[in-house]
Design a protein around this ligand. Structure first.
Ligand SMILES: [Zn+2]
Length: 415
């Protein structure tokens, strides 16, 4: 019976492609967060046409100001919740973010038109993650059109701001209990025959090394923040080398992929206000981008870095300030529940062959839902290429198949 669903999706693929094109044509670039209102209104109309209840929730200005600063007040944040309550005992939530990263470089295909050739759809967001967002809605449209009851109540959380950490998107949605699912399909963080069951964590720090500002000619007693930074960075290189080699911090995914903890020191380096060639540097700032595997704990990783730097600073007599730019908890979940099993079986049915479970090297919004709802989740979406890069694209065939996977998961009981 449910082959009718996959058939309907296949036969209506042009409609799916147009839907993705339309989403790409609303350039929800973040930062700063453009055209969010237009996006949620468009999606709301679409979901209402299909027959879902919808709710657009605007993040209060005070929260936007606190989280992002005053400059963002002219870019309001919206999250869209949609519900199909099918009188089922359990609820599955589809989560997608609708924001996209800015565009740079020379594109062959207009980043905001959604150009299509015989294999691909191009554009910012085609892969990350408007393609998957459209696929999840289209899967539900297929069920609704064919009057097939889903096995679960199907809810959507279509959110802002994943690309800048998600606090006002998925973070806001879970904190305000706008959704309380039993199982979450985060529509990214796995693709093709790999299903995501977790992701790495991120800890990004800004390290400010302070000196004294003096003219080059009178520098006898000055502290040169740049030279102090050189010493500190050398110290940190040794510190991280030891930490990152600890085998207990590595993580092996069920797919046998091995994840290791990583660090990037000095992605951004800058000198403080008033820096000039003839002035001793009074402030030097550099960043640390530390990626945590699911075997590591955020609190411990943060405090070990703080303690190491503070100890170094005390010994050397240098002033150092540590600021947090961004934090995302790592997470890794079990994969033996009936939800994950039936998702895996849907992937295997549509894609053929065996599917495996993996952990995503980048972070997604999964950790928000898992922590707040104590629920299970998987990450799965389209198999895109050149994410965050030039000529981002997603395969048309895979877009159709991902939609079929979602629809099959929602309608085929485990045999
Ligand atoms: Zn994404």
């Amino acid at each position: 019976m449910h082959d009718a669903v996959t058939e309907w999706i296949s036969n209506n693929r042009e409609k799916l492609f147009q839907f993705v094109q339309h989403l790409i044509q609303i350039p929800t670039i973040n930062p700063p967060g453009k055209q969010y209102a237009e996006m949620v209104e468009y999606l709301e109309r679409k979901l209402q046409q299909i027959g879902l209840e919808t709710e657009i929730v605007r993040v209060p200005d005070a929260m936007v100001e606190k989280q992002l600063g005053e400059a963002f007040l002219s870019f309001p944040r919206y999250n869209l919740i949609a519900r199909w309550n099918a009188k089922a005992p359990k609820t599955v939530l589809f989560n997608s973010h609708y924001d996209v990263v800015p565009v740079s470089g020379k594109w062959k295909h207009d980043p905001f038109r959604g150009e299509i050739d015989d294999k691909w759809i191009y554009g910012r967001g085609s892969a990350d993650m408007k393609g998957s967002l459209a696929a999840s809605i289209f899967a539900v449209e297929a069920l609704k059109t064919l009057k097939i009851d889903p096995l679960y109540n199907v809810h959507f959380a279509l959110v802002a701001d994943e690309e800048i950490g998600g606090e006002l998107g998925s973070g806001f949605v879970v904190k305000n209990k706008l959704v309380e699912p039993d199982f979450v399909v985060v529509c990214e963080g796995g693709s093709a025959k790999k299903i995501g069951i977790g992701h790495n964590g991120i800890l990004q720090l800004n390290i400010r090394v302070l000196g004294t500002s003096t003219h080059t000619a009178y520098q006898q007693k000055a502290v040169n923040s740049f030279l102090e930074t050189v010493h500190l960075v050398e110290f940190l290189e040794g510190f991280f080398k030891k930490i990152l080699a600890d085998p207990k911090r590595g993580y092996v995914a069920p797919s046998k992929e091995k994840l290791k903890p990583i660090v990037n020191i000095g992605g951004v380096v800058s000198s403080g206000p008033g820096s000039k060639v003839n002035i001793v540097s009074s402030e030097t700032t550099f960043t640390i981008d530390r990626r945590l595997t699911p075997s590591e704990k955020m609190d411990r990783v943060e405090s070990e870095i703080r303690e190491a730097i503070e100890k170094w600073a005390k010994k050397r007599g240098t002033k150092v300030k540590i600021e947090i730019i961004h934090k995302t908890e790592p997470c890794a979940l079990g994969y033996n529940s009936s939800f994950t099993k039936s998702f895996k079986s849907a992937v295997e049915k549509i894609k053929g062959g065996k599917a495996t479970f993996t952990v995503n090297r980048g972070a997604t919004d999964m950790h928000f839902f898992v922590k707040a709802n104590n629920c299970e989740a998987i990450g799965y979406g389209v198999d895109g290429k050149d994410i965050h890069a030039i000529d981002e694209k997603t395969s048309l065939e895979d877009l159709v198949e991902t939609t079929q996977v979602y629809a099959t998961f929602l309608s085929s009981p485990l045999s």
